[in-house]
Design a protein around this ligand. Structure first.
Ligand code: ZN
Length: 335
């Protein structure tokens, strides 16, 4: 059984609709049970439609908190256009504070465009893609590093072949106002929400706002301001009098940007996020847990740039991502 649009929601009539998707979930203790996944739609007249998503991974918290606050604060008379809010996309994962769904073990961000007849994660992805993404002009998907990584707060976009789409995407990322705007090369883009939105020609901005399984006042503030900056940028909220703080556009280069753990052990970081590094600079060490007198394994940056991501947990396994170094990216061609 697929997920359907709740009867108490309208995408076509002005108003504020706070509702839930009914997701069938039969368990040992609730035979005909359902999970009730929040969905909020706010509409006033003509204008752009922006879809905000949080909780794509269940252990990333800036998006869910900022979007829950937005859903309660925003009213139809405040806006021109439509705002759709999904604060907890992988709802069972958010409920348990896990990256992946505890119901079917799937990564929501490798499950798009979904399958109406598939397992729960695929059903949710299908509903979001067919019913919400397709109605939207802009999709903003708020991620953080989760339990396993920490990011210097950044808006994230991708290299796009369509010049006009790239220009509008760069402009939207700039408006978000995060300290860094990262033009990312994904290690594996198949099944990502990012990919299906970009391929449909719409504007997509993601974020990585911190991580480590916690939330900080600084990263939450960046999320809340960024959301409203995006709404102003697309003329859904009035223009913000305060100009967004400048963002530094960076990219992950074709090679050398991602550093993986060459062995397991405890990772000792030697530099902070946002610090500049030189090529060859020692940035961390891995300490063996099994051989007390073996030499520590040194991690050196392979390129010059800035540390934008590091391991969010000290215990690392072989080939975990332990650092990402980004380099400056010239966006003048897109402006
Ligand atoms: Zn994520």
């Amino acid at each position: 059984m697929s997920i359907t649009v709740p009867e108490d929601i309208s995408f076509d009539q002005d108003g504020k609709y706070i509702s839930c998707l009914k997701i069938p979930h039969s368990t040992n203790t609730s035979g005909w049970g359902s999970l009730l996944m929040p969905l909020v739609v706010i509409r006033n007249g003509k204008g752009k439609t922006v879809l905000f998503i949080g909780g794509n991974h269940g252990d990333e918290y800036e998006g869910p908190i900022a979007l829950r606050k937005l859903a309660n604060e925003l009213n139809p008379q405040d806006i021109q256009g439509q705002v759709i809010i999904v604060p907890y996309l992988n709802f069972p994962a958010v409920l348990e504070g896990k990256r992946l769904s505890p119901v079917d073990d799937l990564n929501m961000n490798r499950s798009f465009p979904g399958d109406a007849n598939g397992s729960m994660t695929l059903k949710i992805a299908d509903f979001v893609y067919q019913e919400l993404v397709m109605r939207s002009d802009v999709v903003v998907d708020l991620h953080s590093g989760g339990s396993s990584m920490i990011f210097e707060p950044c808006a994230v976009i991708h290299h796009l072949d369509d010049l006009q789409q790239m220009k509008e995407t760069v402009s939207a990322a700039r408006s978000f106002g995060a300290p860094v705007s990262l033009v990312l090369r994904e290690l594996d883009s198949q099944g990502m929400l990012d990919t299906v939105v970009e391929e449909s020609g719409k504007i997509f901005v993601s974020t990585e706002l911190g991580g480590g399984g916690f939330v900080s006042p600084r990263t939450l503030c960046i999320a809340e301001n960024g959301i409203r900056n995006i709404l102003s940028h697309f003329e859904i909220l009035p223009m913000n009098d305060e100009t967004a703080p400048g963002t530094r556009f960076m990219e992950t280069p074709d090679s050398g940007g991602y550093l993986m753990a060459p062995c397991e052990g405890l990772y000792e970081p030697l530099i902070e996020l946002g610090e500049n590094v030189k090529k060859g600079q020692l940035i961390g060490r891995i300490h063996s847990l099994t051989e007390i007198d073996s030499p520590t394994v040194e991690i050196h940056s392979q390129i010059e740039g800035m540390l934008v991501t590091r391991a969010g947990r000290a215990p690392v396994r072989h080939w975990d991502t332990i650092a990402v170094i980004a380099t400056d990216f010239d966006v003048s061609v897109y402006e």
